[in-house]
Ligand binder design. Structure first.
Ligand code: F6R
Length: 606
């Protein structure tokens, strides 16, 4: 959460920062601000509530005042409301800084350093700035080194000292920071989307090391103050991947990118028709030696885990449990060295998921992370990584990341089934062939978008909607409901259709929308009975079934048909349908599809 950028170099720093903040805005968009060294070698600051576009307006003509060193921030409020005073940067004496994270002991620090009367904002970040100012003795690296042990919590800071024009210092614990030295200068940011216009080579700022940036170099200093060489990585996508490329919204673009993302994720890992993780370095031993699987993730990634559980448990015949990361980390989980913990995270930075990973490792479990962002903290700390190749996901609502996470989980399931002797080679090859068939099925559903759009007009005036299904279809429903509520603000619930009668059916009244997913043959008749029950109570039913499924005409108000895939693989085209329903609902309501209220991409605070 919160996007941060720092730049020192020959370019117009105000432009670099504003462009970078526009790229990073998906990380938080309550307010935005920049601080920079002006011609007079003094620090100037502009900040505002609202979007980066508002900040750009306030900055006026970028050529009026050319700076070559500055820091910029786009905020997702944690401590203190959305006000100009709470927007970053914060200045305290000689220190100006921006912060992503939470300083948990800010209250004690306020008392200890007698800051009550000095604070202009309600933020923990300003408290940190004052504390740093009070330990600052003219030696930035030494002072930051003394400052860090005073803090509890998570942080990524970019710091300027008023007596060090042209220099930026950065440091992090948990919260992400990547940096690069390029022919266009030195740059640091909370993620790659801000760096990519300037370079493809970058490094992750190691936790606890201090980064010093000047126009001519970036230098890393370890705990002893010794220079360290950064570990350079190369990004495999270009700036186009982080642009809308003609689509009105990132979300729609990312929905369209799913077939390609699936191909990129699956095809390089197929050998002789079977999953092969040789290039990933994922050893078969972790699949052989485990007696239970725990899947841990948040939000959409957790929903991918719910689908995986429904696929894995019957096939592998070992217990598979899915747990929300923020619960897992505090529940004293029953795990040991025979537990395989599968961690799923698009960003690789979600703080609860990271904490769950660390807990699992500390308890001796093997960890396998399914991650989209290369070099992210979860990827680096996990025993094994399965990288999904979705490219950058910019819309806050996750779409393509979900599909590729599923693809990864299906492949892991297949590999595990083979290694453990639960399926034969021929069955494994058939499984993989069916997984690949899901790709054109997704393409077909994308072509159906006008039909799906027409469904949505029946939803948008309603305060509530229900997504129902049984078995795997229930797992898909969870994601459908989340997608709808997060971007259209329609209250949506996912329900196991057989459970409706135990309470929730009381909410079904005239015209209440029910999106019923019925793709699982073994329970189709039971599911259709549940659909009849809601229809009989006046629900407006949108029924999603496979081509060829015999369904009475009067059972639903609208039907959406997906290609007739094997039951296990229907999630892929269903995902497209559910994503498009949410997308068009948000669009029809005139909402900000890509940046829904109160949310931000990458939840790096607890
Ligand atoms: C919903 C959404 C979130 C994320 C969740 C986990 O559309 O995007 O629910 O799935 O915050 O994020 P990652 O996968 O980055 O750990």
């Amino acid at each position: 959460m919160c996007g941060i950028i720092g730049y020192s170099g020959p370019l117009n720093a105000r432009k670099v920062m504003l462009d970078g903040l526009a790229q990073l805005e998906y990380r938080g968009y309550d307010s935005a601000g920049i601080a920079y060294f002006g011609d007079d070698s003094r620090i100037h600051q502009i900040k505002t509530t609202g979007k980066v576009s508002r900040l750009r307006e306030l900055c006026g003509s970028l050529d009026d005042e050319v700076s070559h060193c500055g820091i910029g921030h786009t905020r997702w409020a944690t401590h203190g409301g959305v006000t100009q005073a709470n927007a970053h940067p914060h200045t305290a004496g000689r220190v100006t800084l921006i912060h992503n994270g939470i300083i948990e002991n800010y209250h004690q620090l306020t008392e200890q350093y007698h800051l009550e009367d000095r604070l202009l904002s309600q933020t923990d970040s300003e408290v940190a700035a004052w504390v740093l100012d009070s330990v600052y003795d003219g030696d930035p690296v030494g002072s930051i080194r003394r400052f860090l042990p005073l803090l509890e919590g998570s942080y990524a800071f970019c710091i300027m000292f008023s007596d060090r024009p042209g220099e930026i210092y950065a440091v992090r614990t948990v919260s992400p920071l990547v940096a690069a030295y390029t022919p266009s200068g030195s740059i640091v940011a909370s993620d790659l989307t801000a760096l990519i216009p300037y370079t493809k080579s970058y490094f992750v700022v190691p936790e606890g090391m201090i980064l010093k940036m000047t126009p001519y170099q970036v230098a890393l200093y370890d705990e002893e103050g010794c220079r360290k060489d950064p570990e350079i990585m190369v990004v495999n996508w270009n700036i186009d991947a982080a642009m809308k490329n003609g689509f009105p919204h990132f979300m729609l673009k990312e929905i369209h990118e799913q077939p390609e993302a699936l191909k990129n994720t699956i095809l390089p890992r197929i050998s002789k028709g079977l999953p092969d993780f040789g290039d990933d370095g994922i050893s078969d031993e972790i699949f052989l030696e485990c007696s239970q699987i725990r899947i841990v993730a948040c939000g959409t990634a957790m929903h991918a885990g719910m689908v995986a559980k429904a696929i894995m448990e019957p096939l592998l015949r070992i217990p598979v449990t899915v747990t929300i990361a923020s619960e897992f980390r505090y529940e004293n989980p029953l795990i040991d060295s025979k537990t395989l913990v599968i961690i799923i995270s698009q960003s690789g930075e979600t703080i609860d998921t990271l904490a769950a990973l660390r807990l699992a490792r500390s308890m001796g479990s093997k960890t396998l992370a399914i991650v989209n962002v290369k070099g992210s903290t979860i990827a680096r700390e996990s025993d094994y990584v399965f990288y999904t190749h979705a490219g950058p996901e910019i819309a806050v609502a996750s779409t393509k990341a979900y599909s590729v996470q599923l693809a990864g989980l299906y492949m892991i399931c297949c590999r595990m089934g083979l290694v453990r002797g639960c399926i034969t080679k021929a069955e494994g090859q058939a499984f993989m062939a069916e997984l690949l068939e899901a790709i054109p099925a997704m393409e077909e559903m994308i072509k159906e978008k006008d039909h799906i759009k027409s469904v949505v007009s029946h939803l948008v005036d309603q305060p509530d909607a229900f997504f129902i299904g049984r078995g795997l279809d229930y797992a898909f429903s969870l994601e459908g409901a989340l997608k709808l509520k997060e971007i259209s603000y329609i209250h949506a619930e996912a329900y196991a259709a057989g459970e409706l009668k135990h309470g929730t059916i009381a909410l079904i009244a005239d015209r209440v929308p029910v999106i019923a997913i019925a793709t699982q043959s073994s329970i189709l008749s039971k599911m259709l009975s549940n659909v009849r029950e809601v229809k009989a109570r006046g629900a407006f039913v949108v029924l999603i079934t496979k081509e060829g499924t015999a369904v009475p005409d009067d059972i639903a108000d609208i039907q959406i048909r997906i290609p007739a895939l094997n039951d296990h693989f229907t999630v892929f085209p269903i995902a497209v349908v559910l994503q498009l329903i949410a997308y068009y609902a948000s669009l029809l309501k005139g909402l900000n599809v890509d940046q829904p209220r109160n949310l931000a991409k990458s939840v790096t605070v607890e």
